[in-house]
Design a protein around this ligand. Structure first.
Ligand SMILES: Nc1ncnc2c1ncn2[C@@H]1O[C@H](COP(=O)(O)OP(=O)(O)OP(=O)(O)O)[C@@H](O)[C@H]1O
Ligand SMILES: [Mg+2]
Length: 337
């Protein structure tokens, strides 16, 4: 049995804020196979970005481990981390602020190669030109500056800069949500094509279920720092079982970009709970139409959906459909892992 490329094992991340502690990510477990695209979805504040930043080690976990190819990288020193830094790259939401405006595009894309001491000057130039071709930009952009480019072009530069190192894992945090709707599809299709050509794995963070459906093999749904449902794309995004997933699926997509924010809203009554005083039992219980007294008092575990056809699971156990809900468990639909 080969180990997954990425394992997130019991990850928790907390922040001290005025008034208390925010447990932004709570005991998250995820595995990502080689060449797989896993979508991380959920409303604003559910902890998606925090998971992504912990994976690329921009944030220290409060508990848990991050493993790459079976190696625990959670506490590696800067020096020991170097080969893994190269393997794990991140693309951010905002192509406006994530690119240094004083560097030319050629310098920006070549910079990671220089930092990692890869290849000589002329070889680096060749690698930069190759990746610029791959992301569908003309080589003439190499002499230009980010400020002279459109949002879509800048995000292509962001992708080129991440991919020039031939990473094994790309963490993409809402890479198209800051872009004009008219250019979003082009970037998403490019990402799918590049993934197929280059074979990297991708942790794709989005609040947009339509985007997740377009490109993900599996999807994990987060609510208040926890995974509440995970499984194959269609299992979750067509036939989602958790009441929160269902509420997201019921939210009608609004094609109008002006109204687009409403797409991340669920149809549940009320607002997401205050992260400084989360519910004691199920995180969703104050808003859930199915909640009873047990849901308010007892925290549910993530359990395996019984009806799942086990032959669809891979040897890694990836693709298992798991849901966190007392009521589904009481209905006999969930069993312990
Ligand atoms: N640096 C920080 N300091 C304090 N609290 C933080 C910090 N970063 C995130 N949080 C809190 O942690 C929780 C999770 O935030 P996170 O940014 O991971 O959510 P998200 O799912 O990415 O949301 P969005 O869809 O808005 O990007 C939120 O309650 C947020 O306010
Ligand atoms: Mg975020």
């Amino acid at each position: 049995m080969t180990s997954p490329l990425l394992e997130i094992d019991g990850l928790s991340v907390s922040f001290s804020v005025p008034g208390g502690t925010v447990n932004a990510v709570r005991d998250v477990n995820l595995e990502l196979a080689k060449g797989e695209i896993l979508g991380l979805v959920g409303e604003t504040g559910s902890g998606k970005t925090t998971v992504g930043k912990a994976v690329v080690r921009l944030l220290e976990p409060t508990a848990g481990r991050i493993l790459i190819d079976g190696v625990d990288i959670t506490h590696l020193s800067r020096r020991a981390m170097r080969p893994y830094r190269r393997q794990i790259q991140m693309v951010f939401q905002d192509p406006y602020s994530s690119l240094n405006p004083r560097m030319s595009v050629g310098q920006l894309i070549g910079h990671p190669l220089a930092i990692h001491g890869i290849a000589g000057r002329s070889e680096r130039r060749k690698l930069v030109e190759e990746v610029v071709d791959k992301v569908g930009l003309s080589r003439s952009v190499l002499e230009r500056y980010p400020g002279e480019m459109s949002g879509g072009q800048r995000q292509r530069v962001g992708l080129a800069r991440a991919l020039v190192l031939s990473p094994a894992l790309l963490v993409a945090d809402e890479p198209v949500s800051a872009l004009d709707v008219s250019v979003q599809a082009g970037i998403l299709n490019l990402l799918v094509d590049l993934q197929q050509e280059l074979g990297f794995s991708c942790l794709f963070i989005t609040h947009d279920l339509g985007v997740a459906e377009h490109l993900c093999d599996r999807v994990a749904v987060m609510y208040l720092g926890e995974i509440v449902e995970i499984g194959r794309r269609d299992t979750v995004l067509v036939d989602g079982s958790h009441p929160y997933t269902k509420s997201l699926l019921e939210a009608v997509p609004v094609p109008d970009p002006v109204l687009q924010r409403s797409r991340e809203r669920s149809t549940l009554p009320g607002d997401p709970p205050d992260p400084l005083s989360p519910p004691i039992g199920c995180a969703l219980s104050p808003r859930c139409p199915l909640a009873d007294s047990r849901c308010l008092e007892e925290h549910p575990a993530l359990m395996v959906m019984r009806s799942e056809d086990s032959s669809s699971n891979t040897s890694l156990g990836l693709g298992e459909h798991m849901v966190r809900c007392h009521r589904l468990q009481e209905a006999g639909l969930l069993v312990s892992k």
